[in-house]
Design a protein around this ligand. Structure first.
Ligand SMILES: Nc1ncnc2c1ncn2[C@@H]1O[C@H](COP(=O)(O)OP(=O)(O)OP(=O)(O)O)[C@@H](O)[C@H]1O
Length: 253
């Protein structure tokens, strides 16, 4: 294995009596796309929430490079280079698309969202140019002055991708990036993610759509009832009988 960027050791999470994650061990190699799949309620979102600091594990440790993430606040983890797109896009609905993409760049420069935009305008032009470049990349440049809240759901999700990309994260977490999208928008998003894959950004992607998973993933981990039941290349996972069993009692992927 090359450089490990994310190293998860023995992570457990319970909610009261419910064991949502059991002894999760996962290593993600720098520059790869690692998919996490599994039936509804398997623990996928819980796992992402542990990585980004929204949930504290009951036991275990998460490292980004040599930095310990466990116990840090979400904004601290974000500052260390972890960005995430959510199932429901988290955007600033009253601002333009361009402003939406510029804000995380100011926040990264100034250390926090709250005061970033009001701080010195030094570097603003550079940030604007970068934001425009990224809007072009995600196919939204023609709409840069539109109000974000007025865009379609698919466009909002692409906007949120752009807001993460401008941070140039070390690790990019995508929670069902194509959920609710038309086939056309899904394919555009796959193309976009393939393009950004070439830049070498490490990604973890949670996805139910196997077309998306098999188009993008270098490796796949399969979660079922809070435990990893299989891990390997897409071909290995596709042919694993335990995985077929976890999905609807043997139906093939
Ligand atoms: N905050 C919480 N409090 C209590 N139980 C929770 C909480 N969050 C998740 N759970 C439970 O933990 C289990 C794992 O949920 P999680 O949302 O991580 O699964 P998932 O694999 O992401 O599912 P889906 O594919 O449906 O999004 C479920 O049984 C869920 O009900």
């Amino acid at each position: 294995m090359g450089n490990v960027i994310l190293d998860v050791t023995d992570v457990n999470k319970h909610f009261g009596g419910l064991q949502a994650l059991t002894d999760i061990n996962l290593r993600v190699e720098e520059g790869t796309v690692h998919a996490i799949i599994g039936p509804n309620g398997a623990g996928k979102s819980t796992f992402l929430n542990v990585i980004v600091g929204r949930l504290t594990p009951s036991r275990g440790r998460v490292l980004l490079g040599d930095q310990v993430l466990t116990g840090k606040q979400p904004h601290e983890i974000n500052q260390l280079g972890v960005a995430r797109v959510f199932q429901t896009p988290e955007i600033f609905p009253d601002l333009s698309l361009l402003q939406n993409v510029m804000i995380p760049a100011f926040a990264k420069r100034d250390g926090q969202y709250e005061c970033g935009i009001f701080k010195s305008l030094f570097g603003e032009r550079k940030i604007r140019e970068e934001a425009e470049h990224i809007l072009e990349d995600v196919g939204l440049i023609a709409d840069r002055d539109k109000i974000a809240g007025s865009m379609s759901r698919g466009d909002k999700r692409r906007l949120e991708l752009a807001m993460c990309l401008i941070q140039n994260p070390k690790l990019f977490l995508l929670d069902e990036p194509t959920a609710g999208m038309s086939r056309h928008d899904t394919n555009r998003t796959i193309e976009l993610l393939q393009r950004i894959k070439q830049r070498g950004m490490t990604k973890i992607i949670i996805e139910h759509d196997m077309h998306v998973v098999f188009s993008l993933a270098d490796r796949i981990s399969v979660l079922a009832q809070g435990a990893i039941i299989a891990e390997g290349t897409p071909e290995e996972v596709r042919n694993n009988p335990k995985v077929k069993e976890a999905y609807l009692g043997g139906e093939s992927l």
